[in-house]
Design a protein around this ligand. Structure first.
Ligand SMILES: [Zn+2]
Length: 400
């Protein structure tokens, strides 16, 4: 089966995850894709195929040269809940003319808004019909891994042990929650979950969220003098005291503070912030700035603010830096098939970040899709085919 056929098959199965159900998998629909993948992996004659019947993780293992390093590939089965993927109707644009692509009567993929589109003139573009996301994030990754396995098997390409994992619930930050290292004994792995062809990332944010709870005191406004404590106004003081570094005015290696959510009234306000920084020292400094602001306000307002800072994820770079050959192999593989590597920091996290810190170094590679998490998502078929070649080349690199 070709990468296109696999991709079109996978995206017809809705797998939106859901951050509110509290279960793993967060949605029942992910089982359907998991079972299809298990079936296909068996057809590919893998040595072990295993479905975690409790948490919906798919694992597979192909035995190879026992002296070669054990290599892993990972992609996620769920799609973002930011747009529905119920009843995806893919549109395939052959020999794309470089102009706007009409998705539906009301939706258009405009080159002016998405200038990268113009790079795909003459190629094959796949979009949704403008009512759903497409699901290239990360079903393109799954299709590429499966097609790579098929060509490794069919063409008798020399290889070491290859481990595969397809995870649920990556989009809600839980893709590694029940990851089973006994089923995935790779020395290192790659997540295939990036965007542009050639993208190779092994730096991501250090991240935590900050939950702020402010207790005010509500009394009649007519007799409020020196009595009322307005928690909304205190919330306002917090945001105004922070450095003005936000997602909307930062890029590249710049970190930020992000007010993600705020709700309340005079008597009680809750706020949620996100703190992000590539540099660990700066990250700690950002947290300290926040603590200092709150402790100042607590002195002023009689300890009315409580603060928690739950950890989210950490930059994988310090881990991956110890294994430069993983990065070099990916770069060489790309060059061997005529792709220029683009090394870019991820302004977010990946499953690979968590896995790296649990002992499995795991950079992220391109999957070929664009405009993730929304109805304007699209993927270029020729890029997907190229990525299959890159994965095969990576396998070859480590077979020796
Ligand atoms: Zn993804």
């Amino acid at each position: 089966m070709k990468v296109l056929d696999r991709f079109l098959r996978y995206i017809t199965i809705p797998t939106n995850s859901n951050s509110y159900t509290g279960t793993t998998p967060s949605t029942e629909s992910q089982w359907q894709l998991a079972r299809i993948l298990v079936q296909e992996l068996r057809q590919l004659n893998m040595d072990d195929v295993y479905l975690d019947e409790e948490h919906c993780y798919v694992y597979a293992h192909l035995k190879g040269n026992p002296n070669a390093p054990k290599i892993g590939f990972i992609a996620h089965m769920d799609t973002s809940e930011n747009a529905s993927d119920e009843n995806v109707k893919p549109q395939i644009v052959y020999d794309y003319d470089g102009k706007d692509i009409r998705l539906s009567d009301t939706e258009t993929l405009e080159v002016a808004k998405f200038p990268k589109l113009a790079n795909f003139k003459g190629k094959t573009i796949i979009t949704s019909d403008g009512t759903t996301l497409l699901g290239a994030d990360d079903k393109a990754g799954i299709a590429e891994i499966m097609t790579m396995l098929q060509s490794v098997q069919n063409s008798n390409i020399p290889h070491g042990d290859i481990y595969i994992a397809f995870t649920p619930d990556e989009e809600i930050g839980e893709g590694t929650k029940y990851f089973d290292f006994d089923k995935f004994k790779a020395d290192f792995a790659y997540t295939i979950d990036g965007e542009d062809l050639g993208e190779l990332s092994y730096e991501n944010f250090n991240a935590c969220s900050i939950k702020v709870d402010i207790k005010g005191l509500s009394v009649h406004t007519g007799s409020a003098k020196n009595v009322m404590v307005n928690s909304l106004m205190i919330a306002n003081e917090i945001t105004n005291s922070l450095p003005k570094e936000y997602p909307e005015n930062t890029e590249g290696y710049e970190g930020f503070y992000h007010l993600d959510n705020m709700s309340g009234d005079v008597a009680h306000t809750t706020m949620k912030f996100l703190i992000r920084d590539f540099d660990l020292d700066n990250f700690e400094k950002r947290k300290q700035i926040f603590r200092d602001i709150v402790s100042g306000l607590n002195k002023k307002y009689n300890d009315c603010i409580t603060l928690t800072m739950p950890y989210s994820y950490a930059n994988m770079k310090p881990v991956v830096d110890k294994y430069p050959h993983i990065i070099e192999a990916a770069k060489t593989a790309m060059k061997n098939v005529g792709v220029t590597p683009i090394i870019e920091p991820i302004r977010g996290g990946t499953d690979g970040a968590e896995l790296s810190h649990k002992g499995l170094p795991c950079p992220n590679l391109c999957a070929g899709g664009h405009n993730f998490h929304g109805i304007h998502e699209y993927v270029c078929l020729e890029d997907m085919e190229k990525i299959v070649e890159i994965l095969v080349e990576i396998v070859k690199q480590f077979a020796k």
